[in-house]
Design a protein around this ligand. Structure first.
Ligand code: PBG
Length: 329
């Protein structure tokens, strides 16, 4: 690097000496426009149910959803992500409930889209909230069957689009599903429905609390390593992203977040597509517990979110969205 200078004529601390000069040289910013707020929904009436492994996060019955959407709009959060906690009796081995026009997600989409158009809604495409075995696809001879699963995911995507979903977010890690979903959407004239591909999703130990939230944790008897990525790999992420761009993804997601900042940067340096980061449930709960137990200061939340911006993320899915939006405004 040229023009680095030498001490004592160069002193980097000069630019840090007061708040005003620190503000002048700041390289990254965080605003409410960077946030995507995940919301867990459940059946029943007038319910706000705590999730034990995610302090401060709740499952809401549908009658509570409009209030939350209004809050998000008021705080200028551009998009919410809906996740269903499906009652066990509705789960089966094929995740049939995913295709029920009256499942929780469809009902929520209809309810929200009836009155609110100024906020984006993103929905996961994957079968894990609906299967008895907790896997993202259907199982054939103890292996998650790629092509058979895609057929269902295409139907799930079309159904969500029909109900008004703005951003279809396949989180299943099947090969080739982005292309098939794009083709099907275009054919049915959903040309402007966007696809956010969870292109780079690692088989991670940080998803535990989410699986509690959607009720798949106890059901899942094995891991997801034969479809989600191995955390020892990074270059493989470039192949995943390259394929998804070719297949028609509008944005790509890296997941989890903080342990994978190198991956966000790598993708950003290699492609021109918007990259989103998912600060997942385990990351949320660790930071939350650390703050609640007075181990770390609450400013750690913004610090953690800024790290995604530094790495090059355009937006961040975070369970802190609501709380931080309030502070940022
Ligand atoms: C399901 C899905 C998962 C998450 C989002 N969608 C879990 C998994 O793959 O097991 C995790 C999100 C989080 O931990 O916050 N396909």
């Amino acid at each position: 690097m040229k023009s680095v200078g030498t001490y004592p004529s160069t002193r980097l601390r000069r630019n840090r000496k007061r708040d005003w000069t620190r503000r002048l040289v700041q390289e990254n910013t965080l605003s409410t426009s960077d946030l995507i707020w995940p919301i867990f929904i459940r059946d029943g009436k007038n319910i706000k149910e705590p999730i034990k492994t995610m302090p401060g996060i709740y499952r809401y019955s549908l009658d509570k959803i409009e209030k939350l959407v209004e809050k998000a709009i008021e705080q200028k959060i551009p998009m919410i992500a809906l996740f269903p906690n499906t009652p066990f009796y509705k789960k089966d081995n094929r995740g049939s409930e995913a295709l029920n026009r009256n499942n929780l997600i469809c009902k929520a989409l209809r309810l929200i889209k009836k009155n609110y158009n100024e906020i984006g809604i993103m929905c996961d495409v994957a079968l894990d909230p609906y299967t008895k075995h907790g896997h993202d696809g259907i199982i054939n001879k103890s292996y998650v069957d790629n092509d058979a699963t895609i057929k269902i995911l295409v139907k799930q995507s079309l159904l969500q689009a029909e109900m008004g979903c703005d951003v279809i977010a396949p989180s299943d890690m099947m090969d080739g599903r982005i292309g098939e979903i794009r083709k099907a959407l275009d054919k049915k004239d959903f040309k402007l429905v966007q696809i956010l591909s969870y292109a780079v999703k690692y088989a991670s130990n940080f998803y535990g609390p989410f699986r509690d939230a959607v009720g798949s944790n106890k059901l899942l008897k094995s891991n997801k390593k034969n479809y989600q990525m191995d955390y020892k790999n990074s270059k493989e992420a470039l192949r995943e992203v390259a394929l998804d761009i070719k297949e028609g993804a509008d944005f790509v997601m890296v997941k989890p977040g903080m342990p994978y900042l190198d991956i966000i940067k790598l993708i950003k340096d290699s492609f021109k597509i918007p990259v989103f980061a998912y600060q997942v449930s385990g990351e949320y709960s660790l930071i939350r517990k650390g703050i609640d137990d007075k181990i770390i200061d609450e400013n750690a939340i913004v610090e953690s979110l800024m790290s995604f911006k530094r790495a090059g993320a355009s937006a961040i899915v975070t369970y802190f969205a609501d709380e931080i939006a309030k502070k940022l405004r």
